[in-house]
Structures are given as structure tokens and as C-alpha cells.
Design a protein around this ligand. Structure first.
Ligand SMILES: Nc1ncnc2c1ncn2[C@@H]1O[C@H](COP(=O)(O)OP(=O)(O)O)[C@@H](O)[C@H]1O
Ligand SMILES: [Mg+2]
Length: 375
């Protein structure tokens, strides 16, 4: 086992000015499951391939444990990689596929057999060792690819979208299997996905990348509760956080017909930048639906109901709860909003809801820089 350190690691592809990965700085703990996540083209695979030794590093360095591996060939890094397409040898049996790397390394036959059988047991593949990959289901092939990595007992596992070839249902069950297997084996793992749900459910910590730049590294909980900027706020969570630009008023922000209190620090940080608005983020589950005129929120006009009037366009009923997709006038603009409501309290399509963000549950971001202002 070992730690993995990206120390300002940079990759600039030949013929390109802009780095595909720009001064990436992450340090994993020993045995940690770290997930790199971000939209397509943000530099996830490039980061992983630098760690694997499959891509040159043009600046900074990469360490595994306290070994600087920046310029070592892949075979000397003590890593095992699981690729998206599994890259199984079609003419070899499952057992031979799993043991191939050990055979190349000159490990004796009985030792290979022992390791392959152990891995097959863990992965529920014992009955398939003599089959060829084409006679396996997608999920079984995926497990063979995992097995090939496991038998090598590497210091670090690298996985690049290993679930993307599976159908949706299998993807969900396999992600749980991989996460629990990793915890059992305790091998430091760097895992790449574009799927934020996968990232949040699997990772001890999650690193969000955008345009080759690291946005935030944090536990899933902190990432959800305290996104560092507007990008992370909009990327993590489904349905996404509502983000609306609102005017700053005395002691808070103007949200429809209500003033929502905002910390003095956040307001003065915005004022320091010369901003007259902030961008407020509210997760769908953090709105309270208020009755007309009711609620203890400070109302700007006595005649109008509190909060923000949302006209209901679509209601998604999920049983336990429901999502209301509606639109509202905020800061002189038409905004689409998503509000979570109780499953037995869904409003009718075409009706109007009045919502107020729950106090203490709003996120405040600088409209000009996108950075988080609230604590
Ligand atoms: N071999 C390559 N040569 C030139 N540019 C590349 C190469 N591989 C990737 N890129 C570019 O680098 C950026 C990051 O790519 P990649 O790491 O594959 O992103 P991700 O895995 O997050 O989708 C993209 O803009 C991509 O077009
Ligand atoms: Mg990729």
C-alpha cells in the first residue's frame, strides 16, 4: 500500500498551448479511494495516465509512497490499471487472462494458479475460469478485468471509467461491489468517472476537475454541503442545486418577496469585489413551501405572499418524494427552479407554489468570480 501524490503535475499535449492538466495537486492517504470526476475532456484520463506512466509529465512530479515515479516506465510503478474496455485477450481463458501479468513476470505456474483462484473466489468467478471472455456477460468480463488487477497485488489500483460498458442496473450493483472490495483489500485506488453519483457513492474523497484545473478535493459530504465554487455547486447533486443571481439588501438578499438572511462576512466579501448581487444556491430539498401570508420570514410587502412564487410546469412523482419543476421571476429574470416536496403533498401542474429557502441552508457565491462566500 502507498500514498499517491500529484505535485503540481502538468500535461501539455504536443501542438497544444493549453495544459490538458494544469498543476494538479492532490495527495491521497494510504488505502484511500480517491475519485477524479468532471465533464468529458476535463483531464481525468490524462491525470490517471500520468500516474500510470502512459503519458509524459511536462511539469511538477508524481510520487507513489515516497518514490518519485515521474519518469519511471509503467512496469516499475507497482500499479495495476483497469480500463474502460477491459482489454481482455479473446483467445485466452478467464484464468489465463487473470494470470497473464504474473506469467510475464516469471511467477511459477502453481503460484499463479493459487492467486488466480483466490481472486476468482473474491469476484465470484470460480465457475468461469476455463471460459473465454466471449462466453461471459458484461458484468463477468468487468470482474475478470478487476481480477487481473487484483492478482498482481499492486500498491495502487487505477481505474478509468470501469463501469461505463455496463447497463444502468448492473452499474449500480457493480459500483457497490468495487467499493466494498477496495475497502476489504485496502489498496490505494484512484478511480476516474464522469458520473457524479458514482463519484459521491464510491469515493472516500472526490476531486472535481474542470478544464484541466482542480476545483475542489473533499469528502462527498463536504463537497455536497460546502461546494467551493459555482461549478462544483452545479455539478454535484441531482437534481442540480438551484443557482439564482439576487440583489443584496440590508442584512441579506432579496428573494422574491422575502429577505433571506445572509452572513455579514459573505455580504461584505461581495461588496469588497464591488458586486451588488450575489449568486445564491439552494438545493431542491432546502425550500420550505409556505402558505399565503404565513411563515415567519421577513416579508417585503405586507400584501403579497412570502417567498418566491413558482409556477409549476412539471411534477415528477417518485413515491417517497416528488420534484416540482417550475419557473419564477427572480431579480427581474425568468428562472427555472426545482423544488423537492413530500410524496403526498405534490402540487398540481399549472398551480403556484410559494417557497422560501430554509435558513442556514443557502449557499452564497460571488457573481463575479464564482467563489464561495458563505462559510
Ligand atoms: N493524445 C492526445 N493528444 C492531444 N490532446 C489530447 C490527447 N488526449 C487527450 N487530449 C485532450 O486533453 C484534454 C483532456 O482529455 P482527457 O484527459 O481524455 O479528458 P477526460 O478523461 O476527462 O474526458 C481534452 O481536451 C482532450 O481533447
Ligand atoms: Mg477519459
Amino acid at each position: 500500500m502507498a500514498t499517491v501524490t500529484f505535485d503540481k503535475a502538468t500535461r501539455i499535449y504536443p501542438g497544444s498551448e493549453k495544459p490538458a492538466v494544469d498543476q494538479l495537486e492532490i495527495e491521497t492517504e494510504d488505502g484511500e479511494f480517491l475519485v477524479l470526476v468532471g465533464p468529458s475532456g476535463c483531464g481525468k484520463s490524462t491525470s490517471l495516465r500520468m500516474l500510470a506512466g502512459l503519458e509524459d509529465v511536462n511539469g511538477g512530479s508524481i510520487r507513489i509512497g515516497n518514490r518519485d515515479v515521474t519518469h519511471l516506465p509503467p512496469k516499475d510503478r507497482d500499479i495495476a490499471m483497469v480500463f474502460q474496455n477491459y482489454a481482455l485477450y479473446p483467445h485466452m481463458s478467464v484464468a489465463d487472462n487473470m494470470g497473464f501479468a504474473l506469467k510475464i513476470a516469471g511467477v511459477n505456474k502453481s503460484e499463479i494458479r493459487k492467486k488466480v483462484e483466490e481472486a476468482a473466489k473474491i469476484l465470484d468467478l470460480s465457475d468461469y475460469l476455463d471460459r473465454k471472455p466471449k462466453a461471459l456477460s458484461g458484468g463477468q468480463r468487468q470482474r475478470v478485468a478487476m481480477g487481473r488487477a487484483i492478482v498482481r497485488e499492486p500498491q495502487v489500483f487505477l481505474m478509468d471509467e470501469p463501469l461505463s460498458n455496463l447497463d444502468a442496473k448492473l452499474r449500480v450493483s457493480t459500483r457497490t461491489q468495487i467499493a466494498s472490495l477496495q475497502r476489504r483489500l485496502g489498496i490505494t485506488t484512484v478511480y476516474v468517472t464522469h458520473d457524479q453519483v458514482e463519484a459521491m457513492t464510491m469515493g472516500d474523497r472526490v476531486a472535481v476537475l474542470k478544464d484541466g484545473l482542480l476545483q475542489q478535493v473533499d469528502s462527498p459530504r463536504n463537497m455536497y454541503d460546502r461546494p467551493a465554487n459555482l461549478f462544483v455547486a452545479g455539478f454535484i447533486g441531482s437534481p442540480a442545486m438551484n443557482l439564482v443571481e439576487v440583489p443584496i439588501t440590508d442584512g441579506g438578499v432579496k428573494f422574491g418577496n422575502s429577505v433571506v438572511p445572509v452572513s455579514r462576512e459573505a455580504l461584505s466579501a461581495a461588496a469588497d469585489k464591488g458586486d451588488t448581487t450575489v449568486t445564491v444556491g439552494v438545493r431542491p430539498e432546502h425550500f420550505d413551501v409556505v402558505e399565503h401570508g404565513a411563515g415567519d420570514t421577513k416579508t417585503l410587502s405586507k400584501d403579497a405572499p412570502a417567498g418566491l412564487a413558482v409556477s409549476v410546469n412539471v411534477v415528477e412523482e417518485l413515491g417517497a418524494d416528488g420534484y416540482v419543476y417550475g419557473s419564477a421571476q427572480v431579480g427581474g429574470e425568468h428562472k427555472d427552479l426545482v423544488v423537492r416536496v413530500g410524496g403526498r403533498a405534490v402540487p398540481d401542474k399549472g398551480s403556484e407554489l410559494h417557497v422560501v429557502p430554509r435558513s442556514g441552508e443557502i449557499h452564497v457565491f460571488s457573481t463575479s468570480t464564482g467563489e464561495r462566500l458563505s462559510g
